[in-house]
Design a protein around this ligand. Structure first.
Ligand SMILES: Cc1ncc(COP(=O)(O)O)c(C=O)c1O
Length: 389
């Protein structure tokens, strides 16, 4: 018998106090948006360098208008899973357009990137599957891999020689299938995976290549449709919650793959379809994204400039080559102090600490968007320069 005096919530108390002691306690802050790049946080006006709204589409008049139109046409909710009665007419039309833009035979809309990753990977795997996973994969991919309950080998981040060695050494061991799971642009480091080599290795070792294009969709690739666009990637995943400015996610691949997902992807089957407002926003974003080459070019130019300035001032930005710029400071305490210092200077740039990033790699994750002006960027760099490295 459990003694009555034992506190059944003891594990929660212990976990919370450990997080607080280690400067890892996460808490929510109230944010109100002003003009996209500027926000008011706890009553203070700040320039936002944490948003994933890379093209500023969350504020675009056409995106907002189309979301409102879809609500008046179809209502506030889609009322059921798409397999029941939630497959309103916008879905197939948008999926066709998405597939065309992704240069992929077919595409499927799913509710969120997280939901997609935690259900697409288990759908593809059985107990005898072997998954090779990049060391820095996003938590949603890690959770999906855990849910797959199969064999897993983690390869060193972006180390293609290591992956090949592992693929070679696991050949002929009777696995039912092999998956390679990676991101195209890594969410916390802003660096890119070597997709050419990954496609080659997947071909040579007869593996299924799954690439999460979340942070490249809208920003990189032909028509801004991601790094997976036009490449021989078995399963391309992406989200509309970042550069597309609203919400939702997709899987793109062969017609058979999409039919398989409609039949076996639990996050698609057992969940209410995206609401009409979100469908409208996605529809408008897909109309706008291909025409935004200039915004994309400027974004990369600005990122290049910020990285150079920070590096010259002695800050470490790892292998970032995109709009995501990590400023790695090491300890959690340093990251928190730097974030507070920046905030006092009118800059919102949150500290990212373990377990989101590896131990000793706490950082400020800067993300740039098309809404940042050069004046915003100069203020950002000036604030970093003021803080001694
Ligand atoms: C690489 C990656 N995949 C998936 C997701 C989850 O996407 P969503 O926000 O649509 O759930 C994120 C979001 O942080 C991400 O960074």
């Amino acid at each position: 018998m459990i003694p009555r005096s034992r506190n059944k919530y003891g594990f929660i108390d212990a976990a919370l106090s450990s997080r607080r002691q280690r400067h890892r306690f996460r808490n929510l802050r109230n944010v109100s948006s002003l003009s996209g790049a500027e926000v008011v946080v706890d009553g203070k006006r700040l320039t936002n360098f944490c948003s994933n709204d890379y093209l500023g589409l969350s504020q675009h008049p056409l995106v907002k208008q189309r979301a409102a139109e879809y609500i008046s046409l179809y209502g506030a909710g889609s009322t059921a899973s798409r397999l029941i009665c939630g497959n309103i007419e916008g879905f197939p039309r948008i999926e066709e357009r998405l597939a065309r833009l992704k240069q992929s035979p077919a595409a499927l809309l799913v509710s969120t990137g997280f939901q997609t990753n935690v259900s697409v990977i288990p759908a593809l795997a059985d107990r005898e599957t072997l998954i090779f996973s990049d060391q820095l994969n996003h938590n949603s991919l890690i959770q999906g891999i855990r849910l797959a309950s199969c064999h897993v080998v983690v390869y060193r981040h972006n180390d293609m020689a290591h992956l090949e060695k592992l693929l070679k050494s696991h050949q002929g061991r009777g696995f039912s299938r092999i998956l390679i799971v990676t991101e195209s642009v890594f969410s916390m480091d802003g660096d890119r995976s070597d997709l050419d080599t990954l496609v080659h290795l997947a071909e040579v070792y007869q593996s299924i290549l799954v690439v999460d294009d979340a942070h490249a969709t809208g920003v990189i690739g032909k028509n801004g449709m991601g790094r997976t666009c036009g490449r021989d990637i078995d399963v391309a995943i992406g989200t509309f919650g970042k550069a597309a400015g609203s919400f939702g996610a997709y899987v793109a691949g062969s017609r058979d793959l999409i039919d398989f997902m409609i039949n076996w992807c639990s996050g698609f089957i057992y969940s209410t379809a995206l609401p009409p407002s979100v469908l409208g926003a996605i529809d408008a974003a897909l109309e706008l994204i291909p025409s935004m080459d200039q915004e994309r070019e400027e974004l990369q130019e600005k990122a290049e400039w910020v990285r150079r300035q920070l590096n010259q001032a002695g800050w470490e930005t790892a292998d970032s080559s995109t709009q995501i710029i990590p400023v790695i400071v090491g300890s959690d305490k340093n990251a928190l102090e730097l974030s507070r210092f920046l905030e006092a200077d009118g800059i919102m740039a949150t500290a990212v600490r373990p377990p989101t990033v590896p131990e000793g790699k706490a950082r400020i994750r800067i993300s740039l968007t098309a809404l940042h002006t050069w004046a915003h960027l100069e203020a950002l760099v000036a604030a970093f320069k003021k803080r001694k490295r």
